[in-house]
Design a protein around this ligand. Structure first.
Ligand code: SF4
Ligand code: SF4
Length: 126
């Protein structure tokens, strides 16, 4: 009897409240294993380029001469391969997502040992 199934569902929804969060009043708390965005502890990076060579989407670019590392977050599929192959374990998967962007260029996040890190959209937005 479909009417009883529907009544059961409606009653359950009435007492449990909405499944969605009232964002931004209530922020989602990410779990420790959430695959958000790739982060690089640039001080430990040796610019070997292994992460860039193993990345299946060519999201990472490493320039050894100028000690620069960059990631195009729109290309990254968070497969975690770069984190696994990094010999000094300076890469990690942060449990926060990168902020949405309206310009493709602002999705490119750069880190450098030579100069101060270039802020990406996730550093400039909450
Ligand atoms: S694999 Fe690790 S050490 Fe090598 S360039 Fe990538 S982030 Fe740096
Ligand atoms: S997580 Fe995967 S897709 Fe993203 S940068 Fe690392 S290797 Fe490339």
């Amino acid at each position: 009897m479909k009417i009883f199934t529907m009544t059961k569902t409606v009653t359950r929804n009435l007492v449990t409240g909405p499944a969605t969060l009232m964002y931004p009043q209530r922020e989602r708390i990410f779990t420790a294993i959430t695959r958000g965005r790739i982060e690089n502890a640039i001080d430990r990076c040796i610019f070997c380029g292994l992460c860039a060579r193993r990345c299946p989407t060519y999201a990472i670019t490493v320039t050894k001469e100028s000690k620069e590392w960059q990631i195009d977050r729109l290309k990254c599929c968070i497969c975690n391969l770069c984190v696994e192959v990094c010999p000094v374990k300076c890469l990690s998967t942060g449990n926060h997502y990168a902020s949405s962007v309206t310009e493709r260029e602002t999705a490119i996040h750069k880190e450098s040992q030579a100069a101060s890190p270039v802020p990406g959209p996730e550093e400039t937005q909450p």
